[in-house]
Design a protein around this ligand. Structure first.
Ligand SMILES: [Zn+2]
Length: 211
C-alpha cells in the first residue's frame, strides 16, 4: 500500500509508476532521475536548486509558478492556478494554494498545488496552503498530501477538514518535522480524520516514515 510513494520530509515526495514525479525536492540524499519535478512556490524549502539538480537529467521537465522560472535551469514550464498540461503522458493540473488568515502565501502570488495522474491514479500535492473552498471541487483523488504544521499553512485540524472536503482514498500529512511542526501535528491530523469519518466517508490517513 502506497509503496510507490517516498517521503523525504517536508513537502518532498517521489511518486513512481510508469513515470517518476518529484514534488518540491528538498534535502535529497541520493541522485535520481525524475521525469517531472513539480515546484509549488519559490520559498527556499520548496524551490531548492541544489536538490532539484540532484534529481534532474537533461530530459527532466520542471513545472513551477512564474516567479520561480528565473531561478530554474533546464526544461521549465510555468504554471498558474487552473492551468492543465499533459507532460510525458502525465495529466497535470495546477490548482490554487494560498493563505486565508495569514500573509505568507498571498493568493495574488499565483502559487500552486498540483493534481497529477500516474497510472490512472490521481495524486494531490497541496503546497503551502490553508483550507480553501476550491478543495471541495477536487474529484477522484487517490492520495492527498496535505500540510499540517500550522503557522505558515493550515493546522492539523484544518488539514483534517480539508481531507474531508477532498475525500481522497488516502491522506498523507506533510510539512512537519522540519522548519515547523512535529509528528504530534501529524498524529493530530490522523486522529481528527478518524474522528470525522467515524460514520462518514472512508479516508485512510497514513503517516509515511521519512526516507
Ligand atoms: Zn512557503
Amino acid at each position: 500500500m502506497l509503496d510507490n510513494i517516498t517521503w523525504f520530509g517536508h513537502d518532498s515526495f517521489k511518486i513512481t509508476g510508469t513515470q517518476t514525479v518529484y514534488t518540491d525536492p528538498y534535502k535529497i540524499k541520493k541522485r535520481d532521475a525524475a521525469d517531472i519535478i513539480l515546484i509549488t512556490h519559490s520559498h527556499f524549502d520548496h524551490l531548492s536548486q541544489e536538490d532539484i539538480a540532484k534529481v534532474s537529467t537533461d530530459k527532466t521537465i520542471i513545472i513551477a509558478p512564474k516567479d520561480c522560472a528565473a531561478k530554474l535551469k533546464g526544461n521549465v514550464k510555468t504554471a498558474s492556478p487552473g492551468d492543465k498540461f499533459t507532460v510525458s503522458g502525465i495529466e497535470i493540473e495546477a490548482v490554487p494554494a494560498y493563505n486565508v488568515n495569514k500573509d505568507f502565501h498571498p493568493k495574488s502570488n499565483g502559487w500552486v498545488g498540483y493534481i497529477f495522474a500516474i497510472d490512472a491514479r490521481r495524486y494531490y500535492i497541496a503546497g503551502d496552503t490553508d483550507l480553501i473552498p476550491e478543495m471541495r471541487a477536487f474529484k477522484d483523488i487517490y492520495v492527498a498530501m496535505l500540510p499540517v504544521s500550522g503557522v505558515y499553512v493550515m493546522t492539523a485540524l484544518e488539514a483534517a477538514r480539508a481531507a474531508i472536503d477532498i475525500a481522497p482514498q488516502f491522506a498523507i500529512p506533510m510539512h512537519y518535522g522540519d522548519i515547523v511542526g512535529t509528528v504530534k501535528d501529524a498524529e493530530r491530523f490522523i486522529a481528527e480524520i478518524k474522528h470525522l469519518t467515524a460514520s462518514g466517508p472512508k479516508i485512510e490517513p497514513v503517516i509515511l516514515p521519512a526516507a
